[in-house]
Design a protein around this ligand. Structure first.
Ligand code: SF4
Length: 376
């Protein structure tokens, strides 16, 4: 693993790294510098204090960006960017009240509720996504949870199997999940399950009242226990304070195992939702979030997600430099607009980025476990 690779650093900083916790205020090096060097030397950790994450987040911006880039290069191939396609397979009519979401039935956004998409349409979309270079296909359904949806779930597990057979990673985001359903999705070959925490525990009740933060964490636990990769991140631009962004990262970075994917979304304010008048997120805020996520969860795929459509290529380049290594491609992100396919291809060429191949190492691990069990 690259953590063992030696790095060149001034002797003074080596001395500073001997004791923990450091008093950042008495040091000339920023928290981003100290923690990124520690991360490269010692690997990921899950015992972050909120103050430590705040100190990283508050480091001088260019220093934070530089050290996010350092960690990124030590833990990933910096040229590789994962391309995922997200399809809304069941749109609108959701009973939840997520203030940012045009799919909630509580808001008048002009979105028509639809039934679960049929097999042909879903598989056709997956094939097109693969042809366009996507290696992960994500299916989203606007549901509170999957309880009592046996017929739909049987249908979705079938989609999962068939898309896996196309040689793609498969992800679902279907609301809250019970343990048994997670196990069934795992059996069908699901690679990852997305369930975002959205924001900090403290700010969360301002955004959603129909389910609790703990219920969200419970779903992540079921997903993890079923052996499915966890995809969980949040949204900035909801009216939250800096402290809430730090709180979100702190919750994610102190989970017993870091999520394999951490999407960082910038709110796309949709007319008709309670957050319709929110100001667009500044690129500098995205960079702070991405770099801090990269330093605190070095192995995760950090995804530059919703809101990317508003950022120019130079702005996106800064996000990739800061540590983002995954994007959504395709015309739409569930129901909101996404970047143009040709524009993304040109950006990859211009920045020297290459698509990341799908990763089925979980399957290899599963079959090794099965072989071991059989031999025992
Ligand atoms: S974010 Fe998901 S759960 Fe919340 S209202 Fe939208 S579709 Fe429903």
């Amino acid at each position: 693993m690259m953590w063992l690779r030696s790095i060149r650093r001034p002797l003074s900083s080596l001395v500073l790294l001997q004791s923990r916790p450091p008093n950042y205020s008495s040091l000339s090096a920023s928290a981003a510098a100290i923690e990124s060097e520690r991360c490269i030397r010692e690997g990921p950790r899950n015992d972050w204090s909120r103050d430590e994450i705040k100190s990283i987040y508050d480091s001088p911006l260019l220093d934070l960006l530089f050290h996010g880039a350092q960690v990124h290069r030590h833990s990933h191939n910096f040229r590789e960017v994962q391309q995922c396609t997200l399809l809304s397979i069941k749109t609108g009519g959701c009973s939840e009240d997520c203030s940012y979401c045009p799919q909630s039935s509580r808001y008048d956004t002009g979105l028509k509720a639809q039934k679960l998409m049929n097999e042909d349409a879903v598989l056709e979309a997956a094939r097109k996504a693969k042809e366009a270079g996507s290696t992960r296909f994500c299916m989203g359904a606007a549901w509170r949870d999957t309880i009592g949806r046996k017929t739909n779930m049987n249908q979705i597990t079938k989609y999962v199997k068939e898309i896996r057979d196309m040689g793609m990673e498969v992800c679902c985001t279907l609301g809250m999940l019970e343990k048994q359903q997670a196990l069934e999705l795992k059996k069908a070959g699901l690679t990852a399950y997305n369930h975002n925490l959205d924001t900090s525990r403290e700010y969360y009740p301002n955004i959603i009242t129909t389910r609790t933060y703990d219920e969200r964490l419970e779903t992540l636990k079921h997903v993890r226990e079923a052996g499915i990769n966890v995809c969980s991140g949040g949204i900035i631009g909801l009216g939250e304070a800096e402290e809430d962004r730090i709180g979100l990262l702190h919750t994610l970075a102190t989970l017993p195992t870091h999520p394999e994917s951490v999407p960082i979304n910038a709110l796309i304010a949709v007319k008709g939702t309670p957050l319709e008048d929110q100001k667009p997120v500044e690129i500098w805020d995205m960079i702070r979030m991405i770099s801090t996520a990269r330093i605190t969860m070095p192995s995760a795929m950090v995804r530059l997600s919703a809101g990317r459509v508003r950022f120019s290529i130079p702005e996106q380049a800064l996000c990739f430099l800061a540590g983002a290594n995954s994007i959504f491609t395709g015309d739409k992100l569930l129901t909101t607009p996404n970047n143009d396919y040709d524009a993304d291809q040109n950006m990859f060429k211009l920045l020297g980025l290459v698509p990341k191949a799908p990763n089925f190492s979980e399957d290899e691990k599963d079959s090794e476990d099965e072989k071991l069990e059989a031999s025992v």
